[in-house]
Design a protein. Structure first.
Length: 117
């Protein structure tokens, strides 16, 4: 992976939410560090760093598929007067103002509350 490919990878994931906060911080630090290196030394420095960076950026297709599927809105599961996340089972409550929110706070599943009970 070239440095430009790494930067493009980071930008794509920053836009679509396919990473966690640790990866975001790591990418930001690598980009900041590489920006501080004089341009004539960047290729040599990147050659030393790229194997460590490759470990962090290795996202499996299964992980990408799972994250992509969570962006498709799903209706909550209803039991009596309770609603639960269809993926993780998180219970939504009116008294804590999470009833009707767009995403599950626990797993990130996008929710569709239209025609809710």
């Amino acid at each position: 992976m070239k440095y430009k490919e790494f930067v493009d990878w980071c930008n794509e994931r920053a836009c679509d939410g396919r990473w966690d906060i640790e990866t975001a911080i790591f990418c930001g630090r690598v980009i900041d560090f590489m920006s501080s290196v004089p341009f004539w030394k960047r290729k040599i420095i990147w050659e030393k760093l790229k194997n460590k960076v490759a470990i962090v950026v290795s996202v499996t297709n299964a992980q990408i598929k799972e994250i992509t599927e969570r962006q498709i809105p799903r209706k909550p599961d209803y039991e009596d007067n309770d609603a639960k996340c269809p993926v993780c089972g998180h219970e939504f409550e009116n008294n804590v103002n999470d009833w009707g929110c767009s995403f599950c706070q626990d797993c990130g599943q996008q929710l569709d509350w239209s025609d809710s009970e």
